[in-house]
Design a protein around this ligand. Structure first.
Ligand code: NAI
Length: 686
């Protein structure tokens, strides 16, 4: 039996050595421990062979190297274990860097994280400059930073400012920008030309690229401390050090060592090893894997979906239609009259302008989106998406009207945010065709789509809904049809608790700060204002009533809605708004707390209300697993990713502690905090 290896080494008649990476049984190359060990052995061969030059190239169609093997991070026991893994990678890449001949990384597609670090260890980089070329150091998104020498080599190649920008934001540099930045020395248009280009680099013996003098000046020991505070302040606008230490560690590394190879590699290793075993890094890696799990759903042979008909061109339907057209589907958009569709077309245009650079491609997207007041598209659509007003009777009337006009095997997907499917399916002769396809607002930004499966939904309809969601590059989250489904159901007690606190007279700034201190990107009051207070009240009431829950004190929320102060969209809600930004609290709000509150209670009332409802949703079997529930809240509601989701956060805090606190809150604030019985099975599962 022959063992397939990841690397193959061949030497051509010009004595150029070709090191080709093609990891067996994988769609993309990753720099796992084994791949690095094998590379080390090939480098030893090269030291003996002494070729004229070496080209490192990928045998995969997908790209060069996607990064280090993220799964290996989950197996790290402690800092020493992490240091050993990093040390191995650093040594192998140092060996590549120190080969006595010219070395070239020949890139196509992605070269990310460890993949780009491998390319940085070569003297030159050549690339296929097309829209698939994607270079970056996204480690910061996993709570770490480059560890195979990238923090040192990126600064040497690009200068500190550009290198730090890449590492601190984790952004991907695409196409021609990679050459402009200096990541790529020479570019070609196709993969077929890549070997010749690599060869040219070796024969020409060009000098290795270095940043110009003023870029180098930035790294001088005099400038670094001065820049430190500015860099930290920029990062602090996005994330806190206590929640996300990695970007701060990147700045510290550079300020202390200035990418000096004599100390920089060692410091990089120690720093990343410390970060890799923090709860933040472990949770961010977990979130990355959860996202992968959502992406890999769906059948191997997905049904063909080419045409979509959207009914209701409002906030949601209009944006869903535009997104479908952007992603290559042919879309017909129906509403009661042409005038209701116009605003959606204006927004679609803005979306295409922003997302599609190529003029011809933009025209094509525009042409794929067709206004269709008569509903002619119903007859040919593979999926009909309904996004009309949130009223079961109106939706049923529509279904009765359109069912016979749809293709027999077409799927009817409703975007309802709170009506259970069983209530709607009653209007259909074939209830199996109905599923929920619950997009979140704003459609272009929110990655999650709940795939709501009603009691009667046919498996084929669910398969189609998942396939469409993936085609739209969104994350499908299958769930059972139950009031509020998953995300809204869990958010209602959290948001309503914030509304109750506001009614008690707590300042909205203190309520939002409590949530942000926990790690939420936005506080619940600002979130309510952003979603629209009318929507919050409506959905919250439907969900609470369907579950037979008693209402908290919503007097302030009701007062705002009654006064037409609906939040951001009317420039006045709990906050005053100007040009899409908050400008202080609405002066109509009470400011003196009428109820005494323990300092920690504000945060726990919010966070544990959310956790308690999450446990209830899981116990009721509305989602398949705790992992799925965490995914739903992170990708559908922006729940603090570094905490890994509500179930993970509860586990980390300790089930006993959560239950004890819920009991205390019940005694202080009422029965709505009674711990759900589901906590017992969590305790048993430990
Ligand atoms: P909207 O009020 O902005 O738009 C509804 C559109 O449907 C209007 O343009 C209206 O003219 C049209 N319409 C009403 N009856 C119709 C009929 N019989 N035939 C054709 N068109 C008709 O509402 P929005 O906010 O877009 O909500 C639509 C659906 O999406 C609702 O079920 C809502 O619960 C759900 N949803 C809303 C979210 C939000 O944040 N607004 C988020 C997720 C779901």
């Amino acid at each position: 039996m022959t063992v397939r290896t990841a690397w193959t080494l061949s030497v051509d008649p010009d004595r150029i050595a070709w090191l080709t990476l093609d990891k067996p049984d994988a769609g993309a190359n990753a720099l796992s421990r084994d791949v690095l060990t094998e590379l080390d052995a090939r480098l030893a061969d090269l030291e003996r062979i002494a070729p004229r030059g070496v080209v490192v190239i990928s045998g995969k169609d997908s790209g060069f190297v996607a990064g280090a093997d993220v799964k290996e991070f989950t197996t790290l026991k402690d800092t020493a274990d992490a240091e050993a893994l990093i040390d191995h990678g650093q040594r192998v890449l140092a060996r590549l860097e120190h080969l006595p001949c010219p070395t070239v990384a020949a890139l196509h597609g992605f070269a990310l994280g460890g993949g780009l670090e491998l390319a940085l260890a070569c003297r030159y980089r050549v690339a296929v400059e097309d829209e698939r070329l994607a270079l970056g150091l996204p480690e910061v998104m996993l709570g770490i930073h480059p560890g195979f020498g990238g923090t040192v080599r990126a600064v040497h190649l690009l200068g500190a400012l550009d290198a730090l920008d890449l590492m601190l934001t984790g952004r991907t540099v695409r196409g021609r920008k990679a050459r402009a930045l200096g990541l790529v020395d020479l570019a070609c248009a196709s993969r077929a030309e890549l070997p010749a280009l690599a060869r040219r680099c070796i024969f020409e013996a060009r000098p290795a690229r270095r940043p110009n003098w003023w870029r180098r000046l930035v790294s001088s020991p005099l400038v670094r401390p001065w820049l430190r505070n500015r860099l930290r302040a920029t990062v602090a606008r996005r994330v806190r050090e206590a929640h996300y230490p990695a970007p701060y560690a990147i700045i510290d590394l550079w300020v202390r060592h200035g990418a000096d190879p004599r100390t920089g590699y060692e410091a990089e290793k120690r720093s990343i090893a410390k970060l890799a075993v923090t709860a933040t890094a472990r949770n961010l890696v977990r979130v990355f894997l959860l996202q992968d799990a959502l992406k890999s759903q769906g059948s191997k042979q997905p049904p063909t979906i080419e045409r979509v008909h959207v009914i209701g061109a409002g906030v949601m339907g209009g944006d869903i239609a535009a997104w479908c057209a952007l992603r290559g589907l042919r879309v017909t958009l129906q509403d009661r009259a042409e005038r209701y569709v116009q605003p959606a077309l204006v927004r679609a245009e803005a979306l295409f302008e922003k997302r599609i650079r190529d003029v011809a491609a933009r025209d094509a997207a525009r042409a794929r989106l067709v206004v269709d007041i008569e509903g002619a598209g119903l007859a040919t659509a593979d999926v009909v998406i309904e996004a009309i007003v949130e009223d079961a009777a109106v939706k049923r009337t529509l279904y009765a009207d359109i069912e016979a006009r749809m293709k027999p095997d077409a799927v009817l997907a409703t975007n309802t945010s709170s009506i259970v499917l069983e209530e709607l399916a009653a209007a259909l002769a074939t209830p199996g065709k109905l599923v929920g396809l619950h997009f979140f607002n704003p459609v272009a930004q929110m990655p999650l789509v709940e795939i709501v499966c009603g009691a009667a939904s046919a498996p084929a309809s669910i398969t189609t809904a998942i396939a469409l969601t993936r085609k739209l590059d969104k994350l499908p989250l299958p769930c059972r049809s139950a009031p509020g489904f998953v995300v809204n159901r869990v958010l209602v007690p959290y948001m309503f608790e914030a509304m109750h606190m506001a009614a008690e007279g707590h300042s909205i700034a203190s309520i939002d700060a409590a949530a942000k201190d926990f790690g939420m990107p936005m506080g619940p009051v600002e979130l309510a204002d952003t979603v629209g207070l009318d929507v919050c009240l409506h959905v919250g009431r439907i969900v609470s009533q369907a579950l037979g829950r008693s209402m908290p004190d919503l007097s302030q929320l009701e007062a705002r809605v009654a006064a037409g102060e609906l939040g951001r969209k009317s420039n006045r809600g709990f906050y005053l708004w100007e040009a899409g930004r908050t400008r202080g609290a609405n002066p109509a709000l009470p400011t003196q707390p009428t109820a005494a509150t323990d300092a920690g209670d504000l945060q726990d009332r919010l966070v544990l209300a959310l956790a308690n409802e999450s446990v209830a949703v899981l116990r009721a079997g509305i989602v398949e697993s705790a992992d799925r529930l965490d995914s739903a809240l992170i990708f559908g509601a922006g729940y603090a990713p570094f905490r890994g989701g509500p179930m993970q956060a509860a586990r980390e805090r300790g089930v006993d502690d959560c239950v004890a606190r819920l009991k205390t809150l019940t005694a202080r604030y009422g029965a709505r905090f009674s711990p759900d019985v589901g906590w017992e099975s969590m305790r048993a599962a430990r």
